[in-house]
Design a protein around this ligand. Structure first.
Ligand code: CIR
Length: 262
């Protein structure tokens, strides 16, 4: 059983941070319906969904992924790279404290959850605008300390280009398989995996959310969707068009982790 922390949309979502996407009008009612369907998809894949109330003063607060990292041993509150997003962290931390010992990334470290991809005992951390080397060092130290009695983690910095987060460029879709946009991250970093490349006409298509054996995937990338299905990846598709206008996608709207209390 998994827990998925989510948060209701802010009515100020239109004032969100944007880095690589132009500002276009967001239909808030449609966004809310899409977000609800996303929560249903999480439930259908075995998540107990926690829905935090909206934070209307924090436009990007629906994108809870960026506020926390959860491992089996500990949870870590991030220090988001965008100063406008730092106040989002505390309310998610309060929920996580019920499930894990909680640690924090401190200044001068900055890190967004969207830059952190854990595969087995390796933690890849995207290095572009939001997450820095100081945070990578802190993450390494926190994970080493937390796993003294067990197998450790390798924390590896990964440069990205022309995209917001590492998980804009690459995500895991099966035990041995990653979905990747090689224009945004070097595929050679992940040479030990089977790699499925996004269709070149769908550059934002590498963000998929794997939960157990299921994968939540946006409806708007039909060519890449076909590639995934031809490779035997079972998809639960959701339309997240309005969240994509805020430079979000499917990983960013939840913090998903195993429920140790179940
Ligand atoms: C931001 O720029 O921070 C938000 N507008 C979008 C964050 C998306 N987060 C994610 O993909 N992990």
């Amino acid at each position: 059983m998994f827990i998925a922390i989510t948060r209701d949309l802010s009515r100020t979502l239109a004032n969100c941070e944007l880095s690589y996407v132009g500002r276009t009008e967001i239909d808030l009612e449609l966004a809310a319906r899409q977000h609800q369907a996303y929560r249903s998809a999480l439930q259908s894949l075995g998540c107990r969904v926690e829905a935090l109330p909206a934070e209307h003063d924090l436009p990007d607060a629906v994108f809870v992924e960026d506020t926390a990292l959860v491992f089996d041993e500990i949870a870590i509150s991030t220090r988001p790279g965008a100063p406008s997003r730092r106040a989002e962290v505390a309310s998610v931390a309060r929920v996580l404290q019920r499930h894990r010992d909680l640690r924090t990334i401190e200044a001068p470290g900055t890190i967004d959850g969207g830059d952190v991809m854990r595969i087995g005992r390796t933690v890849y951390v995207g290095q572009a605008t939001r997450s820095n080397a100081a945070a990578v060092e802190q993450l390494r130290d926190l994970l080493n300390a937390a796993s003294l009695a067990g197998p450790g983690y390798t924390v590896q910095a990964v440069p990205t280009r022309e995209c917001l987060h590492l998980k804009s460029a690459v995500t895991q879709v099966a035990d041995d398989t990653l979905l990747i946009n090689p224009a945004w991250v070097d595929a050679s970093t992940f040479a030990q995996f089977r790699l499925i490349e996004v269709d070149p006409a769908e550059e934002h298509a590498a963000n998929a959310l794997r939960i157990g054996d299921g994968v939540i995937y946006p409806t708007c990338f039909p060519r890449t969707q076909r590639k995934l299905e031809e490779c035997g990846i079972a998809l639960t598709t959701v339309d997240v068009s309005e969240l994509q206008k805020a430079e979000g996608a499917v990983t960013c709207c939840s913090v998903v982790f195993r429920d140790h209390t179940a």
